[in-house]
Design a protein around this ligand. Structure first.
Ligand code: F6R
Length: 609
């Protein structure tokens, strides 16, 4: 009923884990260029193929390619043609192999309706069967292709594009951010459930994208869509409808504080290097949380009975590292759970539980799933995220913003250290010592500067050259450094493709020692704390089996073949020790001829389970 009124008042002329972007507006001639630039900006999310649909009169032009977007600039030589809407997609294959036919956009049988999709349609097989029985012809192996055919099927009975789109969306189960255009319509339509979608409000029109980075050079004013919302976007207006509540929604426009500066490489060859170097500022920004924020967070911890930290990948390691700090500083046990495993603990969750969800992107599907389970159990949810307006932020009771600016390199560096800094701040704030931490982080910042000064970078470069062709690298540590070792190994394996593994120092003799051979590099995190003597003894065990020992800490030792000095500080020491290994991993990747910003098979936002 409500939708009818949207569609009446709006003249309707109008699968994966990936990036989607569309534009509709006054820049009809430049539209392909805007789309192309937007797709390039979204590259960092990870992709293996890409495509675009240019909606003009009388037809839709579709271009698809496997591989890098740069290969096909010639496609934009459009001889001054105008397009009333454009939509594009970077695909990271989930359903259907990497091929041109599986790249988006997908069209219906008539070639009038184009669709791009991020997410997974769980019931696509049954929908496809129904559509095949009705004579539809499919040209790809994707789940997404059911959508344009469903819209087409609905339109056969005389429904408008808008109503047909709504009916099609209602048939979908799973996760989706979908944008669709029809060559006879003046609007772009989009809808979302469990995958991010944001509308950019520019002076000359509107963008729709999975991520504001796609249109940041045109506007920082955005409308975040929530689950079950459908938007009708014309060159002049946006109307939003919640199709579950059957209600028209009035949504606020937010101005995001990211700027273009932060998504440009400037003089750095790779974002990874730029983001490693930025850490001297980002760790300080991370702890500059307002008094009010700290008070809210402290209250949440104090009122909880049972605390879970849930996160994935590097964010999980940040959570694990901090759990040792909470134990020491606050005598508090934290249950640290990989977000994908959280659902199996759900029987243990009560309304008194505090779930702290840590996610750079705020879009990781496993983290969102954990949060939804926690909410069902009426637990309180605190988010720590870097992306304002992210799904995680909108699902949580309260959010701490990491403030480290867009992280473009697929592998996390500055987000990991920002998370560590915030978690250390909270651990001490529970004891009323937040001001000490805030002040101390200036010194942490100077520590990062020292670790990454020219002389030290040259030494790390030489070390990278020495170990860049090794088959295995091992990293060990105890206590907080155990988690740092896991993170260090993750960095090395992600960007170099060398087998790297992290272990607790004490775990070696229970099996992993069998892997040590003559010259196997082993990074030993040896801060001057209670773990020093024991980790040195573990290093000695490795050395006596022929391992090459790379010590990281403030006190050198005879067992180290190579020593990376990091300052010892009252706060933030563990955070400092990961920084040289980030840089080492980066240099190893570059020396191996790899692009560390876009490791194979990986995506920045893991929006599928
Ligand atoms: C590692 C890395 C990933 C992410 C993980 C979680 O360098 O980037 O392991 O840490 O995918 O991502 P977020 O923090 O966005 O939930």
């Amino acid at each position: 009923m409500f939708l009818g009124s949207i569609f009446k008042s709006t003249p309707l002329i109008l699968s994966t884990m990936c990036g989607i972007i569309a534009y509709i507006g006054l820049k009809r001639r430049e539209a392909p260029r805007l789309l192309f630039d937007g797709l390039r900006r979204l590259e960092y999310r990870g992709y293996d193929s890409w495509g675009m649909a240019l909606i003009g009169n009388p037809s839709i032009e579709v271009h698809k390619r496997v591989g890098a977007i740069t290969e096909a600039r010639f496609l934009l030589n459009n001889n001054g043609a105008c397009f009333h809407a454009v939509l594009g997609h970077t695909r990271w294959a989930t359903h259907g192999g990497v091929s041109e036919k599986n790249a988006h956009p997908h069209l219906d049988c008539t070639g009038r309706i184009a669709v791009v999709h991020n997410g997974i349609i769980d019931n696509y097989l049954e929908l496809k069967e129904m559509l095949l029985n009705r004579g539809h012809v499919f040209t790809s192996d994707t789940d997404t292709e059911v959508v344009p055919h469903l819209i087409e099927e609905e339109m056969k009975s005389g429904k408008s594009f808008g109503t047909a789109f709504l009916e099609a969306i209602r048939k979908l189960e799973g996760s989706y951010a979908i944008i669709s255009a029809c060559k006879d319509s003046r609007a772009l339509l989009c809808a979302k459930k469990d995958s991010p979608l944001v509308i950019g409000v520019a002076s000359h029109g509107y963008f729709i994208a999975s991520d504001p980075v796609g249109f940041l050079e045109h506007t920082r004013d955005v409308i975040f869509l929530d689950d079950h919302e459908l938007a009708v976007v014309t060159p002049e207006s946006v109307s939003i409808f919640n199709f579950r509540e059957e209600k028209i929604k009035r949504k606020q426009t937010h101005t995001i504080d990211w700027d273009l500066e932060r998504v440009e490489k400037h003089n750095y060859p790779y974002f990874m290097e730029k983001e490693i170097m930025e850490q001297k500022e980002t760790v300080v920004r991370a702890v500059l949380q307002s008094e009010d924020t700290i008070k809210r967070v402290v209250d949440m911890f104090n009122n909880a009975y049972g605390v879970f930290f849930v996160a994935c990948g590097s964010s999980y390691y940040a959570a694990l590292a901090s759990s040792y700090i909470f134990s020491k500083v606050d005598r508090k046990h934290i249950n640290v759970v990989d977000a994908s495993e959280f659902r199996y603990y759900r029987d243990f969750i009560t309304p008194k539980t505090l779930v702290v969800a840590i996610s750079q992107s705020g879009e990781t599907a496993d983290v969102l799933d954990a949060v939804k389970i926690a909410k069902k159990k009426k637990a309180r949810v605190l988010a720590i995220t870097n992306v304002m307006g992210s799904s995680l932020m909108r699902l949580s009771d309260f959010t701490i913003h990491m403030n480290c600016g867009p992280e473009i390199c697929v592998v996390g560096t500055k987000s990991f250290t920002a998370q560590l800094a915030i978690l250390e701040l909270i651990a001490h704030a529970l004891m009323g010592k937040e001001t000490e931490v805030k002040n101390a982080y200036r010194e942490v910042s100077r520590g990062i500067e020292e670790i990454l000064n020219e002389e030290n970078r040259t030494k790390l470069d030489a070390l990278a050259e020495t170990i860049k062709d090794k088959e295995h690298v091992f990293c060990i540590g105890r206590g907080v450094s155990h988690a740092i070792a896991l993170e260090a190994a993750l960095k090395i394996k992600e960007v170099t493709y060398i087998h790297a593994e992290g272990f607790a120092g004490g775990a070696l003799k229970h099996g992993p020692l069998a892997l040590i051979e003559e010259g196997t590099p082993c990074v030993v995190f040896a801060p001057e704390d209670e773990t020093y003597d024991d980790i040195i003894s573990n290093a000695t065990e490795i050395k006596s089996r022929g391992g090459m020992i790379i010590g990281v800490g403030s006190r050198d030792h005879d067992v180290f073949d190579n020593f990376i000095r990091v300052p010892s500080l009252p706060f933030g020491t563990h955070l400092l020790s990961v920084v040289p290994i980030q840089y080492l991993a980066y240099r190893m990747a570059v020396l191996r001829g790899l692009n560390p910003d876009k490791p194979r098979n990986l995506a920045k936002s893991v929006t599928v389970k």
